[in-house]
Every structure is written in C-alpha cells, then in structure tokens.
Design a protein. Structure first.
Length: 74
C-alpha cells in the first residue's frame, strides 16, 4: 500500500473506525515494524482525532488526494 501525506483514506472493516474518512497527516518508517500512518479524522464539534495505523494492518484504503489542507507546523 503506497500512501502519502495528504492522501484521503477510509477505514475498512478491519478497523473499529470502519467507514470513517480521514487525511494522512504523517508517514513514519518504523524499520522492521513497517510504516506507521497518523490519520486525522474530523470529529464534529470536538476537533480532530488522530488515529495511528500500521501498514501491515491493511485497515485503510486510499480514496484520493486532499486538495485543500490547513497549513501545519512545517
């Protein structure tokens, strides 16, 4: 699974957030453990929930690329 920062993803049935959409905020190579994705999921009236997913879980599917992303710390 080749996912990048700012990709829009949907959690599939292998994850408890099944059906939710999110945007990949960070991609981190964890060596032998694989790749870890930090997915930001907007929660109405509460802000953003950040969910960590390892690539080997195969719990997210790429939907597309976010066109507008709020500027981060970079």
């Amino acid at each position: 699974m080749e996912l990048c920062k700012d990709d829009v993803v949907q959690f599939n049935e292998k994850h408890k957030w099944c059906g939710c959409l999110g945007i990949i905020h960070e991609v981190k190579d964890c060596g032998k453990e694989g790749i870890r994705y930090m997915v930001g999921v907007p929660v109405p009236a509460q802000g953003t929930a950040y969910i960590f997913v390892m690539d080997k879980e195969e719990a997210i599917e790429r939907i597309g690329k976010a066109i507008f992303v709020v500027a981060g710390d970079e």
